[in-house]
Design a protein around this ligand. Structure first.
Ligand SMILES: [Zn+2]
Length: 133
């Protein structure tokens, strides 16, 4: 397998990759090995393999970890804000529904992808470090 190098020449595909920081892989939702290939095919479906480096991603599974972190982070923020609004303004209950429902749904969707990518990147990194030693 060959790739184009910086000069535009064909070069052998590298067998080793520079370590990809898990935070970068998480925020960009990229492959944990090369940092270039997209990790997801849909909203949260992990690809079978990386389109750039060919890493087999079919066994990657973050389990319920991303959902737990979303519940903790988003719950803390929304409950804190809802309590603050209730204490300061005491609005009718429909105001809470209008304010917090979109924040919860949008926040969960926005946070799930990078958290799942981050957990997969951390699992990959620790698996690689464990097999190197
Ligand atoms: Zn890759």
């Amino acid at each position: 397998m060959f790739v184009l190098n910086a000069r535009g020449d064909l070069a052998p595909f590298p067998n080793t990759f520079a370590p990809v920081p898990p935070l970068r892989a998480a925020l960009l939702c990229r492959c944990p090995r090369c940092g270039e290939g997209r990790l997801f095919t849909g909203l949260l479906t992990v690809r079978q393999s990386c389109s750039v480096c060919g890493l087999d991603l079919s066994a990657e599974d973050a389990g319920d970890g991303p959902a737990v972190f979303v519940i903790l982070f988003l719950g803390l923020i929304v409950v804190g804000l809802a309590a603050l609004v209730e204490i300061r303004l005491s609005p009718p209950i429909w105001v809470h529904l209008v304010l917090w429902t979109p924040l919860i749904l949008g926040g969960a969707i926005l946070l799930l992808r990078p958290l799942k990518a981050g957990l997969i990147a951390l699992q990959y990194r620790h698996r690689e470090l464990g097999s190197a030693g």
